[in-house]
Design a protein around this ligand. Structure first.
Ligand code: GLN
Length: 480
């Protein structure tokens, strides 16, 4: 049987109805990984045998890929860093335990930018993952392997983390559904930390319904995470029956439509906004006055937290050791790649006593203003839609020598992260890249909701997804 086109929900249905078995499904995806991964390099590690799962569990043993940042007991977990080469965590991350209870099979560890710092996958110390649509291009990052693996049909779904866009952006570049819940909905316990006030585990799937399925399993209060939220995470199943968007107020913030967005991207986004209108939604234009400060606030806050989180890797208690551990600075300069070192330096600088008030404190205050902009706006509208990135997937090597260029590509995702809001990226069409290239690449829409607004996002995204399936021809990467 052919499984690459099936959603998670469909695969579960096939196993439950006895049309196929857990083993057959696992072996199928294993074989696809063997065929495709030499060209795509999405996996850091592949499990050759399927764990046996109870057939009465919700996930009935379907294989799912895991970003190499989630601790799995006894399984090498490196965050794609030399620093953690050979490290086997002693326990499972909470979200992994929840998925195991629900009967998932982890099929392997997926490549990423080192410690999740980056937007292209090129900062991985292990390998560079390629975009399945065009293997000369980046798959996005930091969850580069997760996005490429799902888009190439090597797994039906994968886990990722999103700190400033690392799920929404690579999902977009690879033309699949990426979902980041509200900060605090999915536990961070056991997820290797990058920037603790922003890190949010989430998923890569083929459909919006699959994103909701995994969200319901993974989310919920965890006493092991001090920022975990207590509110209920149940999604009302009736949302999937909705066919129109009558009465829904959607907001298209003008601050997100800046110069420099590729024309093809704008054309597809305009098309999707028109579809939303035809479905009955009322499009409202409001304003988010502090949008322009988002990138600066993010690139102060994130490195500050990185510099403290990375302090634990001293080659003594954790991580790569040089010469028996006495020489901490050599252990660290050998173990960390350039981007990690850059952020440690930036972070230490903005936290240092002479500069703390001017940078870190100021950033923390402006972060509140950004959060407040969103809070006010969501008093008037249900959701907002924006681009995810100014361009479609760029060529490998295009931005990697210039960190500022790379940071600028995060312009549409970091503000939602700073405010802790849920966001989903939905593929909506295709466009030719403006930097040359003859392969049309996926274009997407970011759908953001208020804090705890997951259900609303799923509901609206699903109606749009269905409408677009009728009007836009669904393409697949050639490699598929
Ligand atoms: N590209 C952003 C960064 O480099 C986001 C990374 C992420 O979300 N992990 O920080």
């Amino acid at each position: 049987m052919e499984f690459k086109n099936l959603s998670l929900k469909q695969l579960i249905g096939e196993i439950k109805s006895g049309n196929t078995t857990q083993q057959e499904v696992y072996d199928y995806f294993l074989a696809r990984i063997k065929t495709l991964d030499p060209a795509l390099e999405a996996f850091n590690l592949v499990h050759q045998t399927a764990p046996k799962q109870d057939v009465h569990t919700p996930l009935v043993g379907v294989p799912i890929g895991v970003k190499d940042v989630f601790s799995e007991a006894g399984i090498e977990t490196t965050a794609s860093s030399k620093m953690l080469e050979g490290y086997k965590p002693p326990y499972d991350a909470t979200v992994i335990s929840l998925l195991k209870e629900a009967g998932f099979s982890s099929i392997g560890k997926l490549n990423m930018d080192e410690f999740a710092m980056g937007g292209s996958g090129e900062n991985s110390a292990v390998r560079i993952t390629k975009n399945p649509w065009d293997t000369t291009r980046i798959p996005g990052g930091s969850s580069s392997g997760s996005a490429a693996a799902v888009a190439a049909g090597m797994v039906p779904a994968a886990l990722g983390t999103d700190t400033g866009g690392s799920i929404r952006q690579p999902a977009s570049m690879c033309g699949i559904v990426g979902f980041k819940p509200t900060y605090g909905r999915n536990s961070r316990k056991g997820v290797i930390a990058m920037s603790s006030s922003l890190d949010t585990p989430g998923t890569f799937t083929k459909t919006v319904e699959d994103a909701a399925l995994l969200y319901e399993i993974m989310s919920g209060y965890d006493p092991g995470d001090s920022t975990s939220l207590q509110e209920s995470t149940i999604i009302n199943p009736e949302i999937w029956d909705r066919k129109d968007l009558n009465g829904v107020k959607i907001w298209v913030p003008k601050e997100y439509f800046i110069d420099g967005i590729e024309k093809g991207v704008l054309r597809e986004i305009d098309g999707a906004i028109n579809t939303l209108r035809e479905l009955g939604a009322e499009i409202v234009e409001v304003s988010l006055p502090h949008t322009e400060y988002g990138l600066a606030v993010y690139y102060i806050t994130c490195p500050a937290e990185v510099s403290t989180n990375m302090a634990r890797y001293d080659g003594i208690r954790f991580g790569h050791t040089h010469g028996g551990g006495a020489d901490i600075s050599t252990s660290r300069s050998e173990g960390f790649g350039k981007e990690v070192q850059r952020r440690i330096m930036l972070g230490s600088f903005v936290l240092s006593s002479g500069f703390y008030d001017a940078y870190y404190r100021q950033a923390a205050l402006v972060r509140e203003l950004i959060r407040d902009d969103f809070r006010k706006a969501f008093e008037q509208v249900d959701i907002l839609v924006t681009p995810v990135s100014p361009s479609v997937a760029w060529k490998i090597g295009d931005k990697s020598a210039d960190p500022l260029k790379m940071y600028l590509a995060d312009i549409f995702t970091v503000n939602g992260s700073l405010a802790g809001l849920p966001g989903l990226s939905l593929p909506i069409g295709y466009a030719l890249p403006e930097d040359g290239g003859s392969v049309e690449l996926p274009v997407w829409l970011q759908i953001m909701g208020p804090a705890l607004g997951e259900e609303k996002i799923f509901e609206i995204a699903h109606v749009l997804e269905r409408a677009l399936q009728k009007s836009v021809e669904r393409k697949k990467p050639n490699i598929f």
